[in-house]
Design a binder for this molecule. Structure first.
Ligand SMILES: Nc1ncnc2c1ncn2[C@@H]1O[C@H](COP(=O)(O)OP(=O)(O)OP(=O)(O)O)[C@@H](O)[C@H]1O
Length: 575
């Protein structure tokens, strides 16, 4: 069943290239046909020699067959290789397209390094399916049939002997192929695993070094590499078994044909030139049989790759609903009404019953102990996950009724670790809104107090910030992330404050930034700082997946025990 689906996918990927496949296939066939005529032309040369006729015509014919065969064959090969590149290109594009549209909940379960290897390495195997696979197999099969017809014309009995030997090779190869496919899949899985371990190391390079874990991580990568090697060796082993059995069979057939054919020549039933031509055809068969085996092996590799590509293509993706431009600009309010949520059926409940309302405009702080479910509120608002019960509205409208693109365009989202992407500062700023004007950038830079930074950087906005913004400080990264979100002109800014303490200057700047942004739009901030909670218009206190209290800093200090405790410890209350 799964195999049929893999085949279907494989065939679907050639459909757009069928003309190239046909052209390349026909050229290759013509090339093979020219090759096929050679033993026959050799026979004509020998006969002409024996009958002392002029050799010019037959030799010219033979030369022409060699040249045409080589030229047309090479052209066919080029057309097919080109097509193979085209297949790999489309597979990569569609895989990347699918990957970026996958639901967050699906990507949570995958390893980035493994995903990477599916795009880069598995797709490469598809090329060989068409160049060394399908076409070689078709042309080899054609040559086999052609050679068999020519042999039948020479001598039926000898052909029967040859066919019996070929049937033997066929069944041996049939036994070996599933093993090749299995080993090939395992080799690709191991390469994926290698990518996953490497990715883990590179994501936490400093921690790996600081933990003195280099040797263990090297061993883990080496283990996956060893697995890939072992599986690769298994593929090579089974391929050579198939190859050697073809070769031995050809020798057996040769001996048998020579013996029987010799006797038939002696008895006068067969001409010597026919026996020579027959033997040439027999040797001629070795190449297509080898090609056939090579082709079937490549198909096995390709099917294994298609299976891994299909695993990604079958994962649920988000509906591709783009914002249609008219997103609106007015600050939007938010409400949670009896929301219940867990990250997976086998996961503990994160939100038991979350209800709160945030009016449009101003700043609302979400506070609560670690693990209370605050960041999950943001993830649900962005529709990275879907709640199991209850209703969430933005601007009075159920978020499930919003086109996804429009919803996300209305929200500005700043993650806790404020990722800054590799590239220039400008690229980072305009990431969410590529078309913004210079004056908008200038305004947001002033608002987020980033003008000093830009003035200090050697190339200003064009300065490269390095992988994950390594050239910037934690506070700068966070303000860059806020600026990026603001340039999208969100109707609601979701800001997950960094838990690590910023220095006094950065903290002051952040407070000023939030206060100014809150004048323009609604700000919902997960607060870890006293300065943030005291300046909030209202505070929602969460505990263990429920909203426990709502009020201002003063009210909550008076009325809520947990808040008082949080204020005294988490916010480092200095009173
Ligand atoms: N992607 C995820 N998959 C599975 N479980 C998750 C995921 N993200 C969070 N959780 C779990 O959900 C619970 C709530 O997490 P959440 O991040 O919402 O808490 P929080 O209140 O924001 O905590 P903190 O202040 O420490 O960031 C935690 O127990 C966490 O382990």
């Amino acid at each position: 069943m799964a195999e049929t689906a893999s085949w279907r996918l494989l065939l679907a990927s050639i459909r757009p290239h069928r003309r190239a496949l046909l052209t390349g296939g026909i050229l290759s066939l013509v090339g093979s046909l020219a090759g096929l005529s050679m033993p026959f032309l050799a026979k004509v040369v020998i006969d002409a020699f024996g009958e002392q006729r002029s050799l010019v015509g037959p030799v010219l014919g033979l030369t022409a067959a060699v040249l045409v065969g080589a030229g047309v064959g090479a052209l066919g090969r080029y057309v097919l290789e080109r097509m193979g590149e085209g297949v790999v290109f489309s597979a990569r594009r569609s895989l990347v397209d699918r990957m970026l549209r996958l639901r967050v909940s699906e990507v949570d379960r995958l390893k980035p390094g493994d995903l990477l290897s599916r795009v880069t390495s598995d797709t490469t195997l598809l090329r060989a399916v068409f160049t060394d696979g399908v076409v070689e197999m078709v042309s080899a099969a054609f040559m086999l049939v052609g050679a068999a017809v020519m042999m039948a014309l020479m001598d039926g009995l000898l052909l029967l002997i040859t066919l019996a030997v070929l049937a033997l090779v066929g069944s041996l190869v049939g036994l070996v192929m599933p093993r090749i496919r299995r080993a090939s899949t395992q080799a690709q899985v191991a390469v994926g695993e290698m990518g996953a371990v490497l990715d883990r190391v590179l994501q936490a390079f400093r921690t790996v070094k600081a933990s003195g874990a280099e040797d263990r991580e090297i061993a883990a990568v080496a283990e996956a590499a060893r697995e890939a090697r072992d599986r690769g060796i298994a593929v090579a082993w089974w391929t050579s078994i198939a190859g050697i059995s073809a070769w031995v069979s050809a020798q057996l057939a040769f001996v048998a044909v020579l013996g029987v054919g010799g006797a038939r020549v002696a008895s006068g039933a067969l001409e010597v030139s026919s026996l020579i031509a027959f033997l040439l055809y027999l040797f001629y068969l070795v190449a297509p049989v080898g090609q056939l085996i090579q082709g079937v092996t490549q198909m096995q590799n390709g099917l294994a790759a298609v299976k891994r590509i299909r695993e990604i293509e079958e994962l649920p993706a988000e509906e591709a609903e783009k914002a249609d431009g008219a997103v609106g600009a007015a600050p939007a309010g938010v409400s949670f009404e009896g929301v219940a949520f867990r990250y997976g059926d086998d996961r503990p409940v994160v939100h038991h019953d979350v209800s709160f309302t945030v009016p449009a405009g101003g700043m609302t702080a979400l506070v609560g102990p670690s693990g209370a479910g605050k960041s999950t509120v943001f993830a649900l608002l962005e529709r990275f996950y879907e709640q199991q019960a209850g209703t969430i509205t933005v601007d009075g409208r159920d978020i499930r009724q919003w086109p996804l693109g429009e919803l996300r365009a209305s929200l500005g989202y700043v993650e806790q670790d404020a990722p800054v992407l590799d590239g220039s500062l400008r690229e980072n700023l305009v990431f969410a809104a590529p078309g913004v004007s210079e004056s908008d950038i200038g305004r947001v830079l002033a608002l987020t107090r980033l003008e000093d930074l830009v003035a200090r950087l050697p190339d200003g906005l064009e300065t490269k910030v390095g992988h994950r913004g390594i050239m910037l400080s934690g506070g700068e990264r966070q303000r860059v992330a806020i600026a990026r979100a603001l340039l999208r002109r969100p109707r609601l800014l979701l800001l997950d404050e960094a838990t690590s303490q910023l220095d006094a200057v950065n903290e002051l700047r952040l407070r000023e930034v939030i206060a100014e942004v809150a004048k323009e739009t609604t700000v919902l901030v997960i607060a870890h700082r006293l300065s943030t909670v005291t300046s909030a218009d209202r505070i929602v206190v969460m505990e263990a997946g429920r909203v426990r209290a709502v009020g201002t800093h003063g009210e909550l200090l008076d009325d809520d025990d947990l808040y008082r405790e949080l204020a005294a410890t988490q916010f480092l209350l200095r009173t």
